[in-house]
Design a protein around this ligand. Structure first.
Ligand code: PLP
Length: 417
């Protein structure tokens, strides 16, 4: 069961705040590295195993650099994400480019970088061919199982999702690209988000392996890899159980051994592209209580807002909260912890049992390392915060400064008023 621990003490965070004012996200390098190693070790039975970190979850080059050092590639979905990966030195087939409604210039950049291109639709075969003047030697298709798979709460039902090829389109698509001279093939899917049931991932791999075998039989295509997508969940709530990676790995290993035996594809590589489970638990939004307001409910106003962390407002997502120095105090007050946006869903917590909070208290919001800063926005003229890295040696480095008003106005030309 997960416990909500912090990688810093109250004293340490107070010192950090003296230099870097709240709010900010801070990432725990040691936690990220240990987690990355755990994932790699657990799947080391698959010689070609690779995690392509979903850049969208935490698009900071210093985090990408750490993950590159741990042997991860990058899952990119846009031109800026491709450029970010390139700047960190993640290039070639260390990049998997999975996007949808993709503009031509993004395909061009992905091709120039030598990325593995994953097509979202059968019509993109000719679109890509027209864009590049040819097709790459290696291509991958994204599969949408539609009614054959249930999906889950965050990602929704596959049949209502805009992504991917139908099963029939996969057969047609691979036939087309084989005839056009494509030599290397991959198959991808992404059917879960923040899923905590380990069996879900084993079933996803079973689904992909069945398909690979069927397509191989019908078209004589030898697949090089399957990419089971991301979506491994994290225990946002204390008491929730993290996905048992060893269990998932054992299940997938046994499917590989039994299903691929004698197929000529025994060396099939297993790819995944998680974001949340890689950095999510190792990021913290640090903010301060600046107001207390008691009307029909009791509110604590903090100096961060939904622009720094959108998940609670957007999905009603739970993020654990620690009031520094009051970890062991009685949690006998009930508060809504709120930001300053003119939106009533700008609430980090609703009716949360917490210790008595005073103005100036440091409030730490847990599990913000993925889809946290990344989803930030500027509504209400709110500025995005800084990102800090708590390094393995205990020192702190600012890996992105906070936005300034000048950044906010940078796209405006006031001289023409
Ligand atoms: C195509 C694709 N891959 C990977 C991810 C990463 O998902 P997660 O952070 O839940 O692992 C996403 C998330 O939106 C995605 O759309």
């Amino acid at each position: 069961m997960s416990e909500k621990k912090l990688p810093f003490t109250k004293d340490q965070i107070e010192k950090i705040i003296e230099k870097y004012p709240t709010p900010f996200h801070i990432y725990d390098e040691k936690g990220i590295r240990e987690n990355a190693r755990r994932l790699k070790n657990v799947f080391s039975w698959n010689k070609g195993f690779k995690e392509f970190f979903a850049v969208k979850a935490c698009p900071n080059p210093y985090i990408l650099k750490i993950l590159k050092e741990e042997g991860f590639g990058a899952d990119c979905s846009s031109l800026p994400e491709l450029v970010l990966s390139e700047k960190v030195g993640i290039v070639g087939e260390e990049i998997m480019f999975t996007s949808n409604e993709t503009p031509a210039n993004e395909y061009k950049k992905a091709y120039e970088l030598g990325a593995i291109i994953n097509l979202d639709d059968i019509t993109h075969i000719s679109y890509l061919e027209n864009t590049l003047g040819k097709l790459p030697e290696l291509l991958c298709f994204r599969y949408n199982p539609g009614p054959l798979r249930e999906g889950n709460a965050i990602i929704g039902k596959p049949e209502e999702a805009k992504y991917g090829f139908t099963k029939a389109q996969l057969f047609e698509g691979y036939k087309i690209i084989k005839e056009k001279g494509v030599k290397r093939f991959g198959l991808h899917t992404m059917v879960a988000s923040n899923e905590l049931n380990p069996d879900y991932f084993i079933e996803t791999v079973r689904m992909l392996l069945e398909l690979v075998l069927e397509i191989n039989k019908e078209l004589g295509i030898k697949f090089e890899f399957i990419n089971m997508g991301g979506g491994i969940g994290i225990p946002y709530r204390p008491g929730q159980k993290a996905v048992d990676l060893q269990y998932v790995s054992n299940g997938i290993k046994s499917l590989f051994e039994t299903m691929l035996k004698g197929s000529g594809m025994e060396d099939l590589k297993l790819y995944m592209e998680n974001g949340r489970m890689i950095t999510g638990p190792y990021g913290y939004l640090v903010t301060k209580a600046i107001h207390r307001k008691n009307i029909y409910k009791n509110y604590i106003g903090v100096d961060a807002c939904m622009a720094n962390l959108m998940r609670p407002g957007m999905y009603g997502a739970y993020h654990h909260i620690t009031v520094m120095g009051k970890e062991n105090a009685k949690h006998d007050k009930v508060y809504d912890v709120v930001g300053s946006l003119c939106e009533n869903n700008d609430k980090f917590a609703i009716d949360r049992n917490l210790p008595e909070i005073e103005i100036g208290d440091i409030i730490v919001i847990h599990d913000t390392g993925a889809h946290g800063y990344a989803m930030g926005f500027n509504y209400n003229g709110k500025l995005r915060s800084a990102e800090l890295l708590l390094k393995e040696d205990g020192t702190v480095e600012q890996i992105r400064r906070a936005e300034t008003i000048d950044d906010y106005f940078a796209t405006l030309d006031f001289s023409k008023l």
